[in-house]
Design a protein. Structure first.
Length: 161
């Protein structure tokens, strides 16, 4: 008997579907999406409000911070133009970069493993490894930035005393 899909896994699938639609339909669709997001999300999540809530958080955050996310991706994908990536892979990466950088309630390993599974399920056979390599570099960069920021705050606090 197949195991039921966990809520956050389902939410990531729903978010990926919505981000994929946005990516294919272009920036004008993003304006239309705002009004329809709740309805689309509820339909895709079979009416599960918890799934929809997390999916909306991922979609709204990813769309709001897309320029920043794309810059971060460009910095770690030296030989890959984002436009040349498979649309599914590109949107998995964008969503997971948002999750790594802005969803402190999600452990980085969980976010990356979920992204790998999405890539395997919805993209090519090589997608899992491709997504893993890029997201691991993003994770390391984010950890370095957080360590540097934390160290700078510690120094400032020590100087203030």
């Amino acid at each position: 008997m197949p195991q039921p899909v966990r809520r956050r896994t389902k939410a990531r699938e729903v978010a990926l579907q919505l981000l994929f639609q946005f990516d294919l339909r272009g920036p004008n669709y993003g304006q239309e999406l705002g009004a329809d997001l709740d309805a689309l999300c509820l339909e895709a999540s079979d009416g599960d409000r918890e799934v929809c809530k997390f999916a909306q958080r991922l979609v709204e955050g990813t769309l709001r911070l897309r320029p920043e996310i794309d810059e971060r991706l460009k910095s770690v994908t030296r030989n890959w133009d984002l436009k040349r990536m498979a649309s599914v892979d590109r949107n998995i990466l964008r969503m997971t970069v948002f999750e790594l950088a802005h969803c402190q309630d999600v452990p980085p390993k969980v976010a990356i493993n979920e992204a790998i599974e999405l890539g395997k399920k919805y993209s090519t056979a090589n997608s899992g490894g491709f997504v893993n390599g890029i997201l691991d570099r993003v994770r390391m960069d984010l950890e370095k930035e957080r360590t540097a920021t934390s160290g700078a705050q510690d120094i400032s606090a020590a100087q203030a005393e």
